[in-house]
Design a protein around this ligand. Structure first.
Ligand SMILES: Nc1nc2c(c(=O)[nH]1)N[C@H]1C(S)=C(S)[C@@H](COP(=O)(O)OP(=O)(O)OC[C@H]3O[C@@H](n4cnc5c(=O)[nH]c(N)nc54)[C@H](O)[C@@H]3O)O[C@H]1N2
Ligand SMILES: Nc1nc2c(c(=O)[nH]1)N[C@H]1C(S)=C(S)[C@@H](COP(=O)(O)OP(=O)(O)OC[C@H]3O[C@@H](n4cnc5c(=O)[nH]c(N)nc54)[C@H](O)[C@@H]3O)O[C@H]1N2
Ligand SMILES: [Mo]
Length: 647
C-alpha cells in the first residue's frame, strides 16, 4: 500500500527467540522504517507487539550497528572488504580441513533468529565438513528429552484449546515477560470461568492474573507432582482407564504412594492443603498444564518434567480437549528440512552448555576454527570467562552479528549481518501453530549480508559451487513442499495467516502415543535432590527473561547501572535497597544493585538474564558449565551464591 506521502506498509514477521513469532506491519517512508506494529489480522498477534520488539527500531537504527566486515589487528578491529575476509576464511577452512580434518572446525548457532533459512547455513557447514557442532539445547533440552521419552514426541495442544479447560496450570511460566500473546487466551479462558493457577518459586506479574499462586522451592516440582498424584490415587480421582494407555502404571503408583501427601508437600516446601487443592482443581474437568522452561534448567530438569507428564497421564488429562502438557510447539513440523542431517553425520559434538570447556578440551583434532552465528555464547552460556577464552584462543574465530557483542569481541573476523527487518525467511512458532513468512522491509546497509548471502559468497571459494546458488524463494518453496496440497504452501502463507497442518488440535487424541509400545511411558523414578544451597551460600541465583530485552539484545543505555538483584529483605540482613553489593558463587563474583521484595522466597536471588560481560552484568560468570540429567540442557538456576559487601 503506497499513499501520497510515499509511505507504504509491508508485512513481515518477528524472528526473535520467542514463542509468539508475531506478524508485523511495518511502515516505510523514503526507505526508512518509521513504525512497526502488530498485525491486526493475525489470530495470535492480534494487533499488538511486545514491549521489546515494539522498540526494535532503536536497534535497527542504532549507531552501534556493524556496517562493514571487521578484522582484528592486535587489540583493535579494522574495517575490511568482503573479498579479503572471505578469501582468508576460505583459505583457512580448506587448510584446516586438509591438515586436521573437518572436525577441527566448529559451527555454533543459537537463538538469534528462529528463521528456517538458518538451517541452510548449518547445511553449508555440513556439506563442507561435516564439522563439529553442538548437541542438546540450553533452552529446552531437558524437557524435550523428557517428553520424547514419555510420549515419543514434543508438541502441544492448539493454543485455543485452552478455552476448553476448566483449570489451567501455568507450571513455571511468566507470559508477561516471555510470551505476551498467550495472555489474551488466558484472559478469555478466565472470563469463561476457567481457574488459572501459577506454580512458580518466583513471584511475578502472572501471579496477579491467576486465581491461585503456589510458590514451591526451586526444583521442588517433581515432589509436588508426586504429591498431587498421591492425592489423586488416595481419593480415587486417578483415571480408572489409565492402565489401557500407560506403561509402568503400577510402578508409578507405588512411587507416588511411597510417601504421604504431607511428606511430598514438605519436600516441595508447600503446605499439604496446597497439594490437595491443586489435586482437586486438576481433577475437576479437563485441565491443561502449560509447562514453562525454567524448571527444566536444573540438575534434575528432565526428571521434573517426566514427573509432571506422568501426573497428567494418570489424571486422565491426556488425549482430551482442554488437557495435555503443552511444553513446546513443534515449530519446524510444517517444513521439510530433511536436507540437514545434523548430529547423525557430525564427526564430533559438544554439549551446548559445555561449549567453552568443550572447545578447550577438544583433542584429536583440536578445534582450530569456530564460526559463531545468531548467538552470543560468551554472555548466554555458563562459564562466560571459559567461553571467552575458548573463542579467543582459536586460530580463527568468525562471528556473524549486527553488533559488537562480547562474543564478537573475541573474534578474528566479524561479519555484519541483517536485522529481522532486512531478512527473507520462513518461521514456525514454538508457542502456537501458525506459520509466517519474513520479507525484507528495507534494504540493509550496503556492506551488510544475511547469513545465507554470506555462505553463498563463501561457497564457490571452498568448492561448493552449485550447492548454494538457489535463491531464497527456491529454498522457501522446497521447505514448504509438504504444505503444497494441505493449504500451507508459500502462496497460501502469502495470502494470510496459515496454521500448520502438522499441528494437532488435541495431542494423542486417540490415546495412541508415538512411543515404542504406543502407550505413555510413565517415569519409575523421581529425583528429589535437595536444593544445592548451603549455609555459606544460601541463595540460588535465578537469572530470568525480562520484558524489556530479548536475550542479550539490550537497547542503548539500558545497561548503564549495575545489574539489579532482587531478594527477600530477610535474605539481605544488614543491607538496604539500592545498596551495591557483591554476589559470589564458587565460580566468580558480580557487583549488583540490591532490590528488596517481600513476595520472593528467602532462598533465591533474582537477576535479569543476558547482561553483558564487558558491562560487568553477566550472570553466567557465576555459573558452572554442566548439563542436566538428560537432553544436554544447561543448569542455569542451581548455582548457590551469597551477598557480600563490596570491598
Ligand atoms: N521478553 C523476553 N521474552 C523472551 C525471552 C527474553 O529474553 N525476553 N526469551 C525467550 C526465550 S529464549 C525463551 S526459551 C522463552 C522462555 O523463556 P523463559 O524465561 O524460560 O520463560 P518462562 O517459561 O515464561 O519463564 C521461566 C519461569 O520458570 C520459573 N522457574 C524457574 N525455576 C523453576 C522451578 O524450579 N520450578 C518452577 N515451577 N518454575 C521455575 C521462573 O521463575 C520463570 O517464571 O521466552 C522467550 N521470550
Ligand atoms: N543465565 C542465563 N543464561 C541464559 C538463559 C537464562 O535463563 N539464564 N537462557 C538461555 C536461553 S533460554 C537461550 S535460548 C539462550 C539464548 O542465547 P543466544 O541466542 O546466544 O542469545 P541472544 O542474546 O538472543 O543472542 C543472539 C545474537 O544473535 C544476533 N542475531 C540476531 N539475528 C541474527 C541473524 O539473523 N543472524 C545472525 N548472525 N545474528 C543474529 C543478535 O544480535 C544477538 O547478538 O540463552 C540462554 N542463556
Ligand atoms: Mo530460550
Amino acid at each position: 500500500m503506497i499513499d501520497a506521502t510515499n509511505s507504504r506498509t509491508i508485512k513481515t514477521a518477528c524472528n526473535r527467540d520467542c514463542g509468539d513469532a508475531c506478524s508485523i506491519v511495518a511502515t516505510v517512508e523514503n526507505d526508512r522504517v518509521t513504525k512497526i506494529a502488530g498485525d491486526p489480522d493475525h489470530p495470535i498477534t492480534k494487533g499488538f507487539l511486545c514491549h521489546r520488539t515494539s522498540r526494535f527500531l532503536e536497534r535497527q537504527y542504532s549507531s552501534d550497528r556493524l556496517t562493514t566486515p571487521l578484522v582484528r589487528i592486535g587489540e583493535n578491529f579494522e574495517p575490511a572488504s568482503w573479498d579479503s575476509v572471505l578469501n582468508r576464511i576460505a583459505e583457512s577452512m580448506m587448510r584446516f580441513r586438509t591438515e586436521s580434518g573437518p572436525a577441527s572446525i566448529m559451527h555454533y548457532r543459537c537463538g538469534g533468529s528462529m528463521g528456517m533459512m538458518k538451517l541452510v547455513t548449518d547445511y553449508f557447514f555440513e556439506r563442507f565438513g561435516p564439522v563439529t557442532i553442538k548437541t542438546g539445547d540450553v533452552c529446552t533440552g531437558a524437557g524435550d528429552a523428557a517428553q520424547q521419552l514419555d510420549f515419543g514426541t514434543v508438541d502441544s495442544h492448539d493454543i485455543f484449546d485452552l478455552l476448553n479447560s476448566r483449570t489451567i496450570i501455568l507450571w513455571g511460566k511468566n507470559p508477561y515477560a516471555s510470551q505476551v500473546h498467550l495472555l489474551p487466551v488466558l484472559r478469555d479462558a478466565k472470563k469463561n470461568g476457567t481457574r488459572l493457577i501459577l506454580i512458580d518459586p518466583v513471584h511475578h506479574q502472572t501471579a496477579q492474573l491467576c486465581d491461585q499462586f503456589v510458590q514451591p522451592r526451586p526444583g521442588g516440582d517433581g515432589a509436588l507432582a508426586m504429591g498431587i498424584a498421591c492425592s489423586l490415587f488416595e481419593t480415587g480421582k486417578a483415571d480408572p482407564s489409565a492402565a489401557t494407555y500407560c506403561d509402568n502404571l503400577d510402578e508409578f503408583k507405588s512411587l507416588a504412594c511411597s510417601k504421604t501427601v504431607e511428606q511430598w508437600a514438605a519436600q516441595a516446601d508447600v503446605s499439604p492443603d496446597e497439594v490437595i487443592s491443586l489435586a482437586n482443581a486438576y481433577s475437576n474437568g479437563p485441565s491443561a498444564i502449560i509447562a514453562g522452561w525454567g524448571m527444566q534448567r536444573r540438575t534434575n530438569g528432565a526428571a521434573t518434567v517426566r514427573a509432571i507428564d506422568a501426573l497428567a497421564a494418570v489424571s486422565g488429562n491426556l488425549g482430551i480437549a482442554g488437557g495435555g502438557v503443552s511444553y513446546c510447539f513443534a515449530r519446524k513440523g510444517a517444513f521439510d528440512y530433511s536436507f540437514l542431517k545434523g548430529e547423525a553425520v557430525a564427526p564430533r559434538t559438544i554439549p551446548e552448555p559445555l561449549l567453552g570447556p568443550g572447545i578447550l578440551a577438544a583433542n584429536d583434532p583440536p578445534i582450530r576454527m569456530v564460526w559463531v552465528t545468531a548467538a552470543n555464547p560468551v554472555v548466554m552460556l555458563p562459564e562466560s570467562e571459559t567461553v571467552k577464552r575458548a573463542l579467543e584462543t582459536r586460530e580463527l574465530t568468525v562471528v556473524v552479528d549486527s553488533f559488537l557483542t562480547d562474543t564478537a569481541q573475541c573474534a578474528d573476523i566479524v561479519l555484519p549481518t541483517t536485522t529481522m527487518l532486512e531478512e527473507d525467511d520462513l518461521l514456525g512458532a514454538y508457542g502456537h501453530h501458525w506459520l509466517a513468512e519474513m520479507q525484507p522491509v528495507v534494504a540493509p546497509p550496503e556492506q551488510v549480508k544475511t547469513d545465507y548471502e554470506i555462505v553463498q559468497a563463501l561457497a564457490p571459494l571452498v568448492g561448493l559451487d552449485d550447492e548454494f546458488s538457489d535463491d531464497v524463494e527456491t529454498w522457501k518453496r522446497r521447505m514448504l513442499k509438504p504444505g503444497d496440497d494441505r493449504g500451507a504452501s508459500l502462496d497460501d502463507i502469502r495470502r494470510g495467516p496459515v496454521r500448520s497442518p502438522a499441528g494437532p488440535s488435541v495431542m494423542f487424541a486417540n490415546r495412541k502415543f508415538p512411543t515404542e509400545t504406543g502407550r505413555a511411558n510413565l517415569t519409575r523414578t523421581i529425583n528429589t535432590t535437595p536444593s544445592s544451597i548451603t549455609v555459606d551460600r544460601p541463595l540460588l541465583l535465578t537469572s530470568l527473561s525480562t520484558a524489556a530485552v530479548q536475550g542479550s539484545q539490550w537497547l542503548n543505555g539500558a545497561q548503564d547501572d549495575h545489574l539489579p538483584a532482587t531478594v527477600h529483605p530477610d535474605s539481605a540482613a544488614g543491607f538496604i535497597a539500592d545498596d551495591v553489593v557483591t554476589l559470589e558463587s564458587e565460580h566468580g563474583q558480580l557487583t549488583v544493585r540490591l532490590k528488596l521484595d517481600t513476595n520472593q522466597r528467602r532462598d533465591i536471588v533474582l537477576v535479569p538474564k543476558g547482561g553483558w560481560l564487558n558491562k560487568g552484568r553477566c550472570a553466567n560468570t557465576l555459573i558452572k558449565a554442566q548439563t542436566t540429567d538428560a537432553g544436554d540442557c544447561a543448569v542455569y538456576y542451581d548455582t548457590p551464591v551469597r551477598i557480600l559487601t563490596v570491598v
